[in-house]
Design a protein around this ligand. Structure first.
Ligand SMILES: [Zn+2]
Length: 299
């Protein structure tokens, strides 16, 4: 069978390049092109090949890891409320009189804390924390990671999982005492979850860099709204309105792992895993970006 599904780890540090001119809007869509072998990019840093990734249904479900982050003092109710506000910002975006043809629904807590997609069994689109280790490269330079599994031939998103690097990141949820603002991180990753890539507009939530202490990623900018409205226009012909993961919902991980799209494993069968540095990451050095409300450093 021809390749049908693939999964991506979201991130694109290379998009932090500088540009001589700045178009009015600079959002980018994530597409099916393999960043390792197929993608090429335009002046905005957007890939020019492949099909854009979107959820087909008018409703997408997400789930929160039951344990949340004891190490950072973030309990289930706190991340639940943060995730709800983050997704609501995207689904309530202003599409010039309408709103995106997409809503989201929380399935409730799940025990599975792995970014897996089960091609034949029930799933969950999970927001999870990594308190005790960060199992990927760049532990000190990555705040979170979103893995998107999709149909390579159509661009339909099948599954998305967000991992927060609570192992190395001093997360905060306060509006006044701010270190690495969890709500900003989740709002950015929710954009990836819904199929957006990075923007080079410094004030956008989908900007590639995050400055410690910044709360402004919580609020969408017009560039972000243009992106989500293009992906899910108000008049979109939606493929159903089911608020369930593909193949139904399961709060548990489904063995065996070789049936899933384990990003750390070699692809098997029709499932492929493409690591793409889509993380909202903490970098080194200081770079000031015009248009950002606060000075930022690369992330
Ligand atoms: Zn990102």
């Amino acid at each position: 069978m021809k390749k049908v599904t693939a999964c991506w780890v979201a991130g694109a540090a290379s998009l932090a390049a500088s540009f001589s001119t700045t178009p009015a809007f600079a959002f980018c869509r994530t597409t099916t092109c393999d960043p390792q072998t197929e993608c090429s990019y335009d002046a905005r840093g957007c890939t020019t090949v492949g099909l854009p990734l979107t959820w087909k249904s008018g409703c997408v479900s997400y789930s929160i890891q039951r344990d949340a982050s004891p190490g950072r003092g973030v309990d289930y109710d706190t991340i639940h409320d943060i995730a709800e506000r983050a997704f609501d910002r995207w689904t309530n975006a202003d599409c010039r009189g309408g709103s995106p043809s997409l809503r989201t629904s929380d399935t409730g807590p799940v025990s599975c804390a792995e970014p897996e997609y089960n091609s034949n069994d029930p799933n969950a689109n999970v927001i999870m924390f990594r308190d005790t280790s960060w199992p990927y490269a760049g532990a000190n330079a990555t705040l979170a990671l979103t893995t998107i599994t999709f149909n390579y031939d159509t661009g339909e998103i099948f599954d998305a999982d967000i991992e927060v690097n609570s192992f190395k990141t001093p997360l905060t949820t306060s509006n006044s005492v701010v270190d690495f603002d969890l709500e900003s991180i989740i709002t950015h990753e929710a954009g990836h979850f819904l199929g957006l890539s990075h923007s080079h507009v410094g004030s956008a939530t989908m900007f590639v860099e995050y400055e410690r202490g910044d709360l402004s990623f919580r609020d969408l900018e017009s560039d972000d709204e243009e992106g989500i409205c293009e992906a899910y226009p108000p008049n979109r012909d939606i493929g159903g309105d089911q608020c369930r993961p593909r193949h139904g919902f399961s709060p548990d991980c489904a063995p065996p792992p070789d049936e899933g799209c384990a990003i750390a494993n070699s692809p098997t069968g029709s499932t492929r895993a493409w690591p793409l540095a889509f993380a909202l990451a903490l970098g080194v050095g200081l770079r000031l970006r015009i248009g950002r409300r606060q000075a930022k450093r690369p992330v």
